[in-house]
Design a protein around this ligand. Structure first.
Ligand SMILES: Cc1cc2nc3c(=O)[nH]c(=O)nc-3n(C[C@H](O)[C@H](O)[C@H](O)COP(=O)(O)OP(=O)(O)OC[C@H]3O[C@@H](n4cnc5c(N)ncnc54)[C@H](O)[C@@H]3O)c2cc1C
Length: 556
């Protein structure tokens, strides 16, 4: 795709908006604000890659972290299970992509809408002691038009399923063709009386908005799409933002702090440019879209005499309530080739267990989809297969097994709820810094017992499905001792009406700072059942609408 013309602003010139981060939410935010005529500077810490830059390079992407922002790039992170432990160097806010488009570039593209219940579950289900489980200040109906906007502007493939929430318009693209392995999932699920249906994905099944359909190469999870069929904000939103002529994309610019004036309004965004030199861009308003780990980090790093506990943190909720989503996985081997590695990660889902029965004695719910145990990549498979299937890890038998098992295996995965807990959070590590001298992200996390019970329930249910599908060598797991990291980073600047228990209001405006907005995974109040990015993107379209209205009314 040809590089679009871009605006260019002087750092001392006060632009209407600085958007920090160009990921799933940031790309949409920048496009919508610039399309309304505002001057916008996007500050993105990574490079602007294009489809020809992406490779099927398992070693580079899975082991050298070529696409992701990790310790290897000087971005140290630490982890501990609770505040009494000393946090140790460990990747915990896993694998988010540091490039234009953020993780929408290398994500898997599974794209579930939340359902009406997700927004009001605390009222319906009741509060849960020791958690910050709460209703959202908005409803599914408030967000539905924006889900539909995501469907059509980003490009989503699917077919309305029996459990899907109501939609105002059909999917723009038909579902992906079913994979052999998912034929087996579908058959097994029907045998158990369930209702499997085509998985919605943010990957084009046919040409849409000038982009081509998927070529089914199988390299989605962790990889950038080489033909632009994956609907990242990099290929869908950023070109439109730049084409407005009022938006400048500044890459390799790592934000370190937001400065405020004596009235407590943000005046400028401080960042390190590609040469490492410190710069500051003046702005009338700022929207943080840096993700559920980096947005709270920036607010905490921006503490000053007016905001001693961090910017916008009078509630103490900045960085708190971190939610990962739970997961489980069951793999098995079939007599015939099922070729789960082909095409997009999942072509069928089972959503009959979105809300588990309360009689089980714990809160939870989730969805099940069919995948390849190693996300379809051969090198990873060779590393995990012996442990998964209890087969030799060296020698001729190992080689023979690999040749057979890679195409004959499938996984059925559970994706489930995480409760918002006051003890799970992102804070600044007092002992470690990144290469810019910024305090490292310290992640404190331990799954709630109900979340562990839910993961175990899904592990057991998917074993049942795998048995019904006729697999052998069945092996199931979930993180029994608690998760130590995840790619879903949710809830750390939650939305709410009460400034004492939330960071932003339903317009995504910080309760404490009138010209500061946060919009990304951090805005979520509850976790959904996995696959949060459809909701993150819908929230971004809605937030941009609200911000444009506020700006027009001169209320920022
Ligand atoms: C391998 C993988 C697979 C996934 N699969 C799925 C899936 O199938 N379905 C699903 O729903 N979700 C999936 N996810 C999660 C999904 O990618 C995220 O939920 C989503 O991208 C989050 O959007 P965001 O806007 O909050 O942040 P991001 O998309 O992470 O964007 C944040 C951006 O901000 C930039 N940034 C951060 N800090 C700074 C700073 N200080 N200065 C300047 N720029 C900064 C980053 O470089 C990045 O570009 C997956 C994630 C990964 C890693």
């Amino acid at each position: 795709m040809a590089q679009a013309p871009s605006a260019s602003f002087d750092t001392r010139e006060e632009v209407d908006f600085v958007v920090v981060g160009s990921g799933a939410a940031g790309g949409i935010m920048a496009k919508e604000l610039a399309s309304a005529g505002h001057s916008v500077v996007i500050l993105e810490q990574g490079p602007h890659l294009q489809a020809p830059d992406f490779k099927h390079d398992e070693w580079g992407y899975n082991h050298n972290n070529d696409l992701v922002w990790s310790t290897r790039h000087g971005n140290r992170q630490t982890f501990r299970r609770n505040e009494n432990e000393e946090a140790e160097l460990q990747e915990s806010v896993l694998g988010y992509a540091h490039n234009v488009g953020g993780s929408s570039v290398h994500f898997s593209g599974n794209f579930w809408r939340f359902r009406p219940i997700d927004f009001m579950e605390a009222s319906v289900r009741g509060t849960i002691a020791g958690t910050n489980f709460a209703d959202w200040p908005i409803t599914y109906e408030d967000l539905e038009p924006y889900y539909t906007k995501v469907d059509w502007e980003i490009g989503v493939s699917g077919l309305q399923g029996p459990w899907d929430p109501p939609r105002s318009r059909e999917y723009p693209c038909p579902p992906m063709p079913i994979k052999g392995s998912d034929v087996l999932l579908e058959r097994a699920a029907k045998q158990l009386g369930l209702n499997p249906y085509p998985a919605p994905v943010a990957i084009l099944s046919q040409p849409h908005n000038g982009r081509p359909g998927c070529i089914h190469c199988g390299f989605c999870n962790g990889y950038g799409c080489e033909v632009n069929a994956k609907s990242s904000s990099m290929v869908t939103m950023i070109p439109l933002a730049l084409a407005t002529g009022t938006c400048e994309l500044r890459t390799m610019c790592t934000v370190s702090q937001l400065n405020t004036d004596e009235a407590g309004r943000v005046t400028e965004v401080v960042y390190f440019d590609g040469t490492g030199a410190e710069q500051a861009q003046r702005a009338r308003a700022v929207v943080l879209c840096a993700n559920g780990a980096e947005t709270p980090r920036l607010l905490l790093m921006s503490a000053n005499s007016l905001f001693p506990d961090g910017l916008a943190n009078s509630s103490g909720f900045v960085g708190q309530n971190l939610m990962f989503n739970g997961y489980s996985s069951v793999a098995g081997i079939f007599d015939e080739p099922v070729n789960a590695w082909k095409s997009v990660p999942a072509t069928r889902v089972v959503h009959d267990f979105y809300e588990l029965d309360e009689s089980l004695g714990f809160y939870g719910g989730g969805g099940i989809d069919g995948r390849h145990p190693s996300a379809g990549t051969p090198l990873e498979f060779a590393l995990i297969a012996p442990e998964f299937f209890g087969t030799p890890s060296w020698g001729a038998e190992f080689k023979d097994n690999l040749a057979n098992q890679f195409s004959h295996c499938a996984a059925f995965d559970g994706h489930s709820t995480s409760l918002p807990l006051p003890t799970n959070n992102v804070t600044l590590d007092p002992n470690y810094q990144d290469d810019f001298g910024r305090p490292a992200i310290r992640c404190t996390y331990m799954d709630h017992p109900d979340d562990l019970a839910t993961m175990e329930w899904f592990r057991d249910k998917t074993i049942e499905l795998m048995e019904a599908a006729g697999a052998s060598n069945i092996n199931g797991s979930y993180p029994e001792t608690g998760q130590t990291g995840n790619v879903h980073l949710l809830g750390t600047c939650r939305m709410g009406d009460d400034p004492n228990s939330s960071v932003i209001n339903s317009d995504h405006r910080a309760h404490d700072v009138s010209n500061l907005f946060m919009c990304d995974g951090s805005s979520l109040v509850t976790s959904g059942r996995g696959q949060p990015t459809m909701t993150i993107m819908a929230l971004a379209f809605r937030a941009a609408d609200r911000i444009n209205q506020l700006a027009q009314a001169n209320e920022i």
